[in-house]
Design a protein around this ligand. Structure first.
Ligand code: PLP
Length: 470
């Protein structure tokens, strides 16, 4: 026991032991859950009958603890809890019992099939998850020159802004964009002693660009730095980057993970014992826990417990939704590929896709193995296509098509149960200007389609109707 405690010895000892008991029980439940299949983990997580009857009046659904803070029995428990010597939640900026169930479920899903120990922290949005994940590696170490990091250039518009404007513009931390994701030499040429991590979006939003996670993870580790992957557009149902050597995976849980569209949320999931050139040993040992207890506590990018449970509720059916949406998206991609008003279509499931080999390696439906152990490919809910135009910079046909949509929603949204169409050049990628859009390979006649769970025939009828108005 720690000699500098102010409480009574016997009281301190009691709560430290109580903490050990809670931690051992949690570990036991994690171990049990790890033996389950993906759908079972997604459905139950760590919340079981014993928890429900002891703590929640038997409710079979996880409680929504809409509470700012936790009360303690007395001086000694408060001291032990706030010294992080027993599992507790203290204050909802740092932790909350409802959010805990979401975090533990995501940590297990991201690690599914790997045996890895992982931790997860839920954030108020995908952008706050990305910021929370990268900033610990960009700390100002006065003994070192200004840091940089290397990223795929085909990234979500918000990510481009955060890296280019907030990190590079505001703070002088250089982001080095890789323009050809599959060119190893380009990745290698951008890394130097000051590079703190590698970053990639897979598949990218909206260009559906891919990169070879396994190779880039090995490259990062050979430089003693981690690989961070944003796998939002796949979700853990189709791709778990940790399995291929990535160290940290971020998700905008606002998308297919919470497909009903009730809330915005993000997650950061890290495996234990990552490599990094900077940061304390505790950070490398268990990034997620360290992040939660230190920078997350201080910066406060917390998810509301209410949104945590809404997200968790959608997560239970993630796999079946990902399967249906992927199947429909492939059918729609094939339809669009043959349509005379469509100039080109970008969907990794099409044979014509330039990165089809990489797609087949990485994008598979979890727990879909056939008798020979082969997994079924599923390429996700997002596709982009170019409307036929004389000049892509005069997108007149694109406007006619877009304004003639009826059932399909015109919105900047993604991964929804409802099909949504977006024009990236005037929405998600408006702010970074022509040059930024060029880097991300986005033209004004590009349409991003997020395929929902309606009957696929109805989606196709609607697309055909709008295209035929051109
Ligand atoms: C939407 C999105 C984000 C940002 O997430 P928010 O929850 O909207 O903050 C980050 N990355 C990708 C790939 C996204 O699609």
């Amino acid at each position: 026991m720690n000699a500098k405690h102010l409480g009574h010895d016997h009281g301190i000892r009691h709560w430290v032991n109580e903490g050990k008991r809670i931690a051992a029980d949690r570990k036991r439940r994690i171990q049990r859950t790890k033996n389950w299949k993906f759908d079972t983990i997604a459905t139950h997580g760590l919340y079981d009958i014993q928890q429900a009857t002891h703590l929640n009046n038997g409710s079979i659904i996880e409680p929504i603890y809409m509470s700012s803070a936790q009360a303690f029995h007395g001086f000694d428990e408060m001291e032990v809890a706030l010294a992080y010597q027993m599992p507790s939640w203290t204050y909802s900026r740092i932790a909350n019992p409802s959010t805990f169930f979401l975090e533990e479920t995501v940590a297990l899903l991201e690690a599914y099939g790997t045996g890895l120990d992982t931790g997860c922290v839920a954030c108020s949005s995908g952008m706050s998850a990305i910021r929370s994940a990268i900033e610990p590696f960009l700390i100002n170490d006065k003994s070192l020159p200004t840091p940089n990091f290397v990223s795929t250039s085909r990234v979500y518009g918000g990510t481009f802004q955060q890296f280019h404007e907030r990190q590079m513009g505001d703070k002088g931390i250089e982001v080095r964009w890789v323009t050809d994701n599959l060119d190893m030499d380009e990745w290698i040429s951008k890394i130097d002693k000051e590079t703190r991590f590698l970053y990639g979006e897979m598949p990218s939003n909206p260009a559906v660009a891919l990169f070879d996670i396994e190779k880039i993870a090995a490259l990062a580790h050979s430089h003693g730095i981690p690989l961070l992957v944003d796998a939002t557009c796949a979700s853990p149902a189709l791709l778990r980057p940790l399995e291929f050597g990535a160290d940290i995976v971020v998700q905008s849980a606002s998308k297919i993970m919470a497909a009903s569209g009730f809330s915005i949320a993000g997650t950061v999931t890290a495996k234990h014992n990552i490599v990094s050139k900077v940061g304390p040993d505790e950070m490398k040992a268990d990034f997620a826990t360290w992040m939660k207890l230190i920078p997350y506590r201080d910066n406060g990018p917390t998810l509301s417990p209410f949104n945590a449970i809404l997200t968790l509720n959608d997560l239970r059916s993630l796999r079946s939704r990902a399967a249906q949406m992927s199947e429909s998206a492939l059918t729609i991609a094939q339809f669009l590929e043959a349509h005379p008003k469509v100039a080109s279509i970008n969907y990794p499931g099409l044979k014509s896709h330039t990165q089809a080999g990489i797609a087949d390696k990485y994008l598979t439906l979890v727990d879909s193995q056939n008798k020979n152990g082969k997994s079924q490919n599923a390429y996700g809910y997002m596709l982009t296509f170019e409307v036929q135009e004389k000049d892509p910079y005069q997108p007149n046909n694109t406007r006619v098509f877009y304004d003639n949509l009826d059932m399909i929603w015109r919105a900047t949204d993604l991964g929804r149960v409802k099909t949504v169409a977006t024009i990236p050049a005037i929405s998600t990628h408006q702010q970074q200007g022509e040059k930024g859009r060029e880097l991300a390979s986005i033209l004004p006649n590009h349409v991003r389609l997020s395929v929902g769970i309606e009957h696929v025939d109805d989606i196709i009828t609607e697309l055909d109707h709008a295209l035929c108005k051109i």
